[in-house]
Design a protein around this ligand. Sequence first.
Ligand SMILES: Cc1ncc(COP(=O)(O)O)c(C=O)c1O
Length: 414
Amino acid sequence: MKSNRGGNPTAAGSKQQRSTKLSVMSDWRPRTRQVRGGHERTAFGETSEGLFLTSGYVYESAEEAASVFSGDTEGYIYTRYGNPTVTTFEERLRLLDNAEACRATASGMAAVFAALACDTKTGDRIVASRSLFGATVAVLGRLLTRWGIETTFVDGRDLDAWDQALSPAPKLVFLETPSNPMLELVDIAAVAARAHAVGARVIVDNVFATPVLQRPIEFGADVVVYSTTKHLDGQGRTLGGAVLGSAEFIDGPLKEFQRQTGPSISPFNAWVVTKSLETLDLRIREHARSAEALAAFISEMPGVERVLYPTADSHPQVDLARSQMEAGGSMVSVEIEGGRGEAFRFMNRLELFDISNNLGDAKSLATHPATTTHSKLAPEERASMGITDSLVRLSVGLEDLQDLQEEVERALAG
Ligand SMILES: Cc1ncc(COP(=O)(O)O)c(C=O)c1O
């Protein structure tokens, strides 16, 4: 018997009486889930969730190690496979998305790639909406093609285009709604119904909406992916991602792919995001309130060609936005009259908004997608997505709305 384990009150699996059962957590409303979900107190009775910075775990005996590895005994093996802090985060997010299972990943792109690659093989086909984050376009259009997995891109707003592309039946459907940076929407329920009719699995990138404003599984999606780097952290501190879906998919091919290829989240990052989830609902609704007001304000300004915001009356898919999302989110895209020169001048005059390619931060951020987040795409690819040199993407933060309005007015007037 090795004494360093038996007496350790924090050992994985030692549950206190006050731990809450997962079945009980499922009955909680979302605001309670985001504060309490997944929390298993250790014997120290800490208020805040414990942080287990450990790569490995110890065993009482060689027999126990063998038994944990074979799966006969439950227990953590190695942090690439699982970690108590990471489990707390996965459980909390799982409860927010109403998913059966969740696996956290090292970044949003690790989540996107794992969801796409874990269960596909040479000869499989994917159908994806065209308006996507730049790195996702690169994975679908360039990297996966090396392994003989081809993607057909469609205008995600056009259900006839989906119908055409879904014959012959693809293995996967991938979509992002609202999309980065054009804020185009895809009707999740309509596309999921069509995809399921031909046996395809539907993956939705829900980064812009977050589970507060849109829960794709409730509309029929099979898999949801996140970059937790964005709103789920909300303060621009950590990289991370997550994949959610059925237990069969997440605990099957996704888990196997992640265990063996290694894109696991650091327990520290998982802990930071777990704590951030506690304020997610409050933050996201405030982001959305400010962004909607700022979008309306900017659309009245001279020097502005077009403002894109999902729930604005001027958005071509406003009805879909209002039926699928609880609010329009934190992102506003603006086309500035005069092309790249004027767009750059506008950005350079901003003082409160930081120029950054990140998004979903308490600090307001401004991005020029054509020369940053989407610069690696061919000009034709950008054009097909509608990304012009005039486009500036604003991630509206949590500062005072009046300060943001005055700042934008000054920058446009200057
Ligand atoms: C919509 C969307 N999906 C995925 C990602 C990738 O996330 P990460 O940077 O955490 O890899 C991003 C990053 O900006 C994004 O905007």
